[in-house]
Write a protein that binds this ligand. Sequence first.
Ligand SMILES: *Cc1c(COP(=O)(O)O)cnc(C)c1O
Length: 221
Amino acid sequence: MHVSVKRLQTVNNKVKEVANKTQLKTTPQIIAVSKTFQLSQITPLLDSGHLHFGENKVQEADHKWKDVKKKYKNIQLHMLGKLQTNKAKIAVKIFDYIHSLDNAKLASKIAQFEKELNKKVKLFIQVNIGEEIQKSGIVIKDLQNFYDYCTKELSLNIIGLMCIPPADLDPINYFTMLKKNSEILNLKDLSMGMSNDFEQAVICGTTYLRLGSIIFGPRSI
Ligand SMILES: *Cc1c(COP(=O)(O)O)cnc(C)c1O
């Protein structure tokens, strides 16, 4: 068995174990974050039947996944990184999920391209949960207004909230805060938890985990 398939199995078992212990009703979906990795390193996971993959650059994702998506028709591609409005059209075209909806201009562009392409994307609002200047995302006090704009004025399909908690602090408080706000908005999905904090995210009730290095090994860039 290929090492990445084995690592995915190991982390999936751990996720299930934590989910059971926490008495969650559903086990979170693992997104294998394949950014910077070549297709040859991803193929073993595809052949093992894994369907959810994450990228953080539109050009890289388009180049890497265009042909693969024709062969493996059920693949679900997730956009995880900062999305510039001038790349929004290609993003709507190639991605099934966008986790980085973080401003009104981008929201209106996504709505426009969804109409043009006759396609709906599943969207997470990225929340700047630690109110850090170097991170993008909507701050909590603006969240209700932004959500109303996206859903009522633009008819976007907002399925949940996403966050990256501040580094070097206990993520539990931030994950709990995101969960609470998703309940206020009556959203059922959450995108939180990466390789180094996935167990805490599972405990806090995430529905999607974004896991890169724990599956593929360290990234060189
Ligand atoms: C790269 C990336 C991940 C995966 O990070 P790992 O620490 O390798 O698991 C998750 N989410 C986002 C937004 C990323 O950019």
